[in-house]
Design a protein. Sequence first.
Length: 538
Amino acid sequence: MTTQPLTRAFTPPDANTWKQDAAHSPRPLTRWKYETFAEPFVRGFKEGTARYGLMFDHLEPAVVNDFLYYRDRVVDDGAEATRRFEAAKRAFEDKIWLEDLDRWDREIKPDSIRRNRALETTPMRSLDTEGFIRHLEAVRENTAEMVYRHHIFTVASVFPVGHYLAHAAEWTKLDSGTLLAPLRGSSPVSLGAWDELLEVGARLRDSGVGPASYPGMSAADTLAALRARTDALGAAVRAYFDAVGMRLAGSYDLGDPCAIELPEMMLGAIWASREQSARVETDDAATKVRTAVPAEHRAAFDELLDHARRINRLRDERGIYNDLWGNGIARQTLLEAGRRLVAAGQIDDAALAIEATHDELLAALRGTTRAPVEAWRERAEWRRTAPEAPLFLGPPPSPPPPPDGLPPHALAAMRAFVTVLGELFGSAPESQGKTILGRAVSPGTYTGRARLILDTADMNRLAEGDVLVTTATSAGFNVVLPLLGAIVTDRGGQLSHAAIVAREYGIPAVVGTLRATSTIPDGARVEVDGTQGFVRLL
C-alpha cells in the first residue's frame, strides 16, 4: 500500500477564479456522490437566490482531482435583474422566509422523512439482482432529490439571520459573536437527537445500567445487547438509533461512515447521556444586545431577532432530514452492492463499491462488465492520501462589485446575504508558536485532551471530555456532541456549523484558526478559550 501522499497537478477548469469548498468537502469526493450532487445543487440554489431577489445567482461546481471547487455566477441579464428587483421587494414586504419555514414544516420535512424511512427499511438482502438494481436507482433518485431540497432553502435558512446581523451591528456596534449569542436554543436539532438521548440517559439512570453491566463486551456487541432489551431502556436506545444511525457522521460524502458504523462513538454518547439533563435557557444574551439598541429601533430589533431565531433551526434541519440521511442510505446501498460483488468474486472488499460510478456499478452487478477493481483501488487510495488542495485555482479572487445603483430592497437583500457569507467563512489572523489564534464563537474555557479528527472513521476514538480538533464540521458531527469538552477548527466563522453547535451545546469553541490541525498533535493537552479566541498547547 502507498505510504506517501500521491500528487497530482491542480489545473483550473477555465480562466475564472475557483475556490475549493474546504468547509463542506475538505477531502476528495466519491464519484457517485458528485454525479448525484451537481445538477440538483445548482437548480436548488438558483431557485433560492431568484426567490429572494439576489444579484448573486449561484455557485457553479466542478471537481479537480476529485476535490470540489466553485466559481461565482452573478445575474448579468437585464430582464432577469428587473425580475429580481421585484422579488427582493416582495421578500421584505411579505417576509417570505416565514412562508418558506411553513412549507418546510408542513410539506417538505414530513415528506423527506417518509421517503428516507421507506428506503432505509427496504430489505435489500432479500432482493434479486434486478430488484436490487431497481432499489439502487430509487436511492440514486432520492439522493439527488435530497440535495435539491437542501439547497432550495439555503438562502431562506440564513437570510433573516443576515438581515438581523446587519441591522443589529449598525445599531449597537457590538461584535458578531455577541449579536449571535441570543440565537442559542433556537436550533434543537443541532444538538444531535437531543430529546432521544435525554430519554436514553433517563432510562439508564432508572435501570442502573452502565459500562459495568456489560463487562468484556465490544462496543458493537454492547450496542446490540442494549437495542435488544425489551424494557423502556431498549425502546429508548432503538429510538436513538432510528434518529441518528443511518445518517452520515461527517461530511456529506459517501466516503464517510454512517453513525451505525462507529459503535465506539455511539456507545460513548449513550454512556455520556447518563450525565445529561434538560437545559434551562435564559434571555440574558438577548437583553444585553437589546439594551445597546437605541430606543427608536427596539421594536424593529425585536422582530428581526424573533425571525432570526425562528428560522435558525432550518439551517441544520435541511441536512439532517435531507441529504445527510439520503446519502447515508446511499452509502449502505453501495456497501450492499459491494457485498454482492464480493460474493460474485469480482472484488475482495465490499467498501470498494463506494468508489464506483453509477454506470460502473450497474455493469458489474449485471455481469456485463467486470468491476474495474484497480481503478476503484486507485480512487480509494487517492481519497485516503491526497494532500491538502489549493484553496484557489486560477487568477486571485477579486472583491465583489460595489452594489451601486441597486434599488433599496435589492441592496438590502444583498447586504443580508453578504453579511452571512462574511460570518460563514471568516478566519482569524495568522498566529505562531504554542498559542493558536481563532474566532471566539462560544464562551468559556476548557482544558482537555485534543483528539485530531481528519478522517471521520477516527470519530470512534473520541472519548468523553475530548477536545475535537478538525478542519471543519457539518451537521453530521452533531452526533458526537455529548462526548465533547470543546471544539477547535481550521475553517469557519461565527455562522459556521461548528460555531452554531457549540453555542447550542454551551461548550467553548474556537474556529477559523487556519492551523489547528497542522499544529496540535493528537492526544496533546490543550486549553481552549472560547471567550478570548485562542487555543494553547500545554
